[in-house]
Write a protein that binds this ligand. Sequence first.
Ligand code: ZN
Length: 162
Amino acid sequence: MKISSDKVVSMHYTLTDDKNTVLDSSSGTEPLVYLHGHGGIIPGLEEALEGKSKGEKLKVTIPAEKAYGPKRDQLLQKVPRGQFPDPEKLEVGMSFQVDSSQGPQIFTVTALTPQEVTVDGNHPLAGLTLHFEVAIEDVRAATAEELQHGHAHGPHGHGHAH
Ligand code: ZN
């Protein structure tokens, strides 16, 4: 069976950046399972997997535009320290969730002065070219329930509450 829309794909993957640093990997855990054609993974990886079959291995390089998008400067903001509930406890690298008009958004503290906090709302992988090594473990037809939900249900039924 080849990968196309409405197929459920299981795969192991290793994600590296341009410096060959491993950013993420399914190695040692369950394979990633997703429903193809429903935006469950980044567009560039979905394109590369289209038409592939169980047992195939591939290496793909995906530009930021087809991954998490470019870094957007307008998502860097300076906020007065006093607006934070615990201004004394702030540290560079902390992240927190803010409810914005587009839903929950994660911000990371990137710089601190006694008065100001610089926060970055970009996805941590925004602006990066991503390199994936993928091994396709399984391809199957989605169930009616998976199609209705628009995502895959794992082999052990884990993952989401609904
Ligand atoms: Zn579901």
